[in-house]
Ligand binder design. Structure first.
Ligand code: COI
Length: 356
């Protein structure tokens, strides 16, 4: 259990217009920080006014990308109370990321306590409008000033929060996706399953290429053969082909998404067959030609459920469901967001109350 000290701000910021939040633009009044020192462990947990960090320019995070992060959301319910969605799953995933990245981790209990504490402190920032939430960004950085490549003796774990609307400017309207067959996101034995900033930095070249071609996002193929579908980078990806729902297996190169996991549980509960076998992109394109590619959608904390209307692979384009949101995609969106925003009962036991 953390002993958190509070230094609250005397100058609260003006709240942004809830109709125009965008994603990751505004930040709340406070942030959570805890230090980690080799030989001592975690110490000095505190909630302080949101402020810039002062770091030595030789801090290892700047040179060797020694950092990891998470993403989860707090939701305001119709009775004005606030809840989280499966925060312990983010805590567990961060532990797995940090093992791979040689970074220290908080226990699941301490991670969840810290998230609840910062959300409760800034509870007035959890927005009220439909489809809005408070995005929570925990991250760990290596702060020891040192230019040799080795593990760091000092780290900070920080949580910042941002009131957000939809991740994509298209909202729940279908996105256009470009299948990347030149660059690679992840290889077996690499960091593909982790939430480390380097994965995202390395993906930007493809995102720029996709944008230049008129597509919103990149669908990554496996790094060895460039044959099997993996993930979109900001989302996991699902394909409904002839009644069966496919998503890439989490075998080291795909991020084990909390929304992905929740969707699989719901889809199975509703009686569909879910396949986590590797799915060749050629099978997806063939299914499209045969009229069997029924739905494609992405899942993620930021993106929620995002229908895909168009997939481009080499010179072929698959148009999905006439650019309309599919039946299963809509049902998943309604059920998941219904549970998250407390509009339908949480019979899966997924939510955690922060405050009334
Ligand atoms: C999330 O869905 O929380 C993510 O971290 C994806 C992206 C914003 C990096």
């Amino acid at each position: 259990m953390l002993n958190i000290k509070y230094e609250l701000t005397k100058e609260k910021k003006a709240k942004p217009d809830e109709n125009n939040l965008g994603f990751g633009i505004y930040y709340t009044d406070h942030m959570f920080i805890i230090e980690h020192t080799e030989g001592i462990g975690w110490h000095d947990a505190r909630i302080v006014p949101y402020q810039p960090l002062t770091l030595d320019p030789a801090a290892m995070v700047f040179h060797y990308a020694m950092e990891s992060f998470e993403g989860l959301k707090a939701y305001r319910l119709p009775d004005n109370s606030i809840q989280l969605f499966r925060p312990e799953k983010n805590a567990e995933r961060m532990i797995n990321t940090n093992k791979r990245m040689c970074l220290p981790s908080l226990s699941v209990e301490d991670f969840v306590q810290a998230v609840k504490a910062i959300v409760e402190t800034d509870k007035d920032w959890v927005p009220h409008n439909d489809g809005t939430s408070l995005y929570i960004r925990p991250f760990v950085i290596a702060t020891e000033p040192h230019l040799g490549v080795r593990t760091s003796k000092h780290h900070k774990f920080i949580i910042i929060c941002s009131p957000v609307g939809a991740y994509y400017s298209t909202g729940i309207n279908p996105v256009k996706i470009f299948v990347e067959d030149e660059y690679t996101r992840a290889c077996p034995g690499g960091t593909g399953f982790t939430k480390c900033g380097g994965n995202y930095a390395a993906s930007l070249v493809s995102q720029v290429k996709a944008h230049d071609l008129g597509y919103e996002q990149t669908l990554w193929l496996d790094g060895v053969e460039h044959k099997y579908v993996e993930e979109v980078g900001s989302m996991n990806c699902f394909f409904k082909i002839d009644g069966v729902v496919y998503t890439a297996p989490c075998v080291g190169t795909v991020l084990p998404g909390v929304t992905r996991m929740s969707c699989i549980e719901l889809i199975k509960k509703w009686g569909y067959e879910v396949s986590e076998e590797r799915l060749p992109i050629t099978k997806v394109m063939e299914a499209s030609k045969e009229g069997k590619l029924e739905e494609v959608f992405g899942t993620g904390t930021a993106a929620v459920i995002s229908p895909v209307g168009e997939l481009r692979y080499e010179d072929e384009v698959a148009y999905i469901n006439d650019g309309k949101i599919g039946e299963l995609t809509q049902k998943l969106y309604d059920t998941l967001t219904g549970i998250q925003w407390g509009k339908i009962p949480d019979d899966m036991g997924w939510t955690t109350k922060v405050c009334d």
